[in-house]
Design a protein around this ligand. Sequence first.
Ligand code: NIG
Ligand code: FE
Length: 422
Amino acid sequence: MPRLLIKNAKALVGVHPEGTTRVGGQAMASLPAIEDGWLLAEHGRITSVGRMAEWPGVSDWNDLTVIDATGRLVLPGWCDPHTHVVFAAPREEEFVDKIRGLSYQDIAARGGGILNSARALRLMSEEALFDQASSRLRDMMHQGTVAVEIKSGYGLSVESELKMLRVVNRLKEALPLHIKATLLAAHALPPEFADDRQGYVGMIIGELIPQVAKEGLADFVDVFCETNYFTVDEMERILEAGAKHGLSGKVHVNQFTSLGGIAAAVRRGALSVDHLEVMEPSDLDALQGGGTIPTLLPSCSFFLRIPYAPARALIERGCAVALASDHNPGSTPSGNMNLVLSLACIQLRMLPEEAVNAATLNAAAAMGLSHELGSLTPGKRASLLITREVPSLAYLPYAFGTDHLDTVIIDGTPVRSGDALA
Ligand code: NIG
Ligand code: FE
């Protein structure tokens, strides 16, 4: 693991004080920065940061990689706490159907959507799933993602859900980025259980959760709580079973309808509630002052042409809002967190500082990793981004669709080497 010195940075951005594990409400607009800064990393961790004017020098220049970041910003790497990157095939024919006027729900009602992905995934080998997902994750690392949560949910049987989670666990071993795994067996009712939803939920609670916990295959449990998918009551039963086995909840709620799932998930101590495109005042109230993180997915709203989540109302209520890509073949065929940052500013009206906090520190918190990642704080992992020469932080989301990154470093080691390293 090389030692690393970044010097002359235009600014080190996101230098939160030690012990800050999330920022909520008004504090989201504050993104501590050190202008004209340096950062030292050893053994994959940030050891110290400071201003060039107070640069103490290093006593040992051996094995030290020096990066001159003149004109460039240094930021914590993007954390992406909600994805479905293990899947068998894209669904661009449904994309064209949507252009022609069908909705996400229309497509699901014809047997497309999640069930379409499940049919393909059940037929695909673990090896092929691994290869495809690892190539998606390599693209995401290139785009600055240093940590990612990955869900199951296209298996919809004991065997195929376990197959997906085994793929996720192999990816954990094989790739440098940090990965968390989530069991999302309650993603859709599989055809075998079309007339027996109690049987399917019973199988998740009685068989899958205990087995997954026994094999240590997942960190979290998820449920798609939505009209035509799973009810609030079913979600609560699954969250309860997960909690008994040490799996915290991260749930899909309020994507198309408000069913009261948010209040129930908060009551059950869910780590995050994700989507939130359709919100009643009572849903907003349920999140006020609680520990559950609202995770917003603006690139899903963009792709499906559905409403954007009310980020401003959530921030006004003091919430620690997080952002994620939702990368999946049906509602968001993109894992690009730079685009998510732009959409958060343009469509959710988040300030650039709020959006960066939401895509780094709060996103790390939404997968239980903010003690390790999400800010340029000494002691944390040296997983960070060095931009090209840019005029300001706001320029990153402002000039959308352009690649502003130069170098991506994970645990002190470059995974994308740009001009700054040359
Ligand atoms: O987060 N809404 C449910 N699950 C995914 C979409 C899954 C799919 O369509 O394949 C989502 O949008
Ligand atoms: Fe999702």
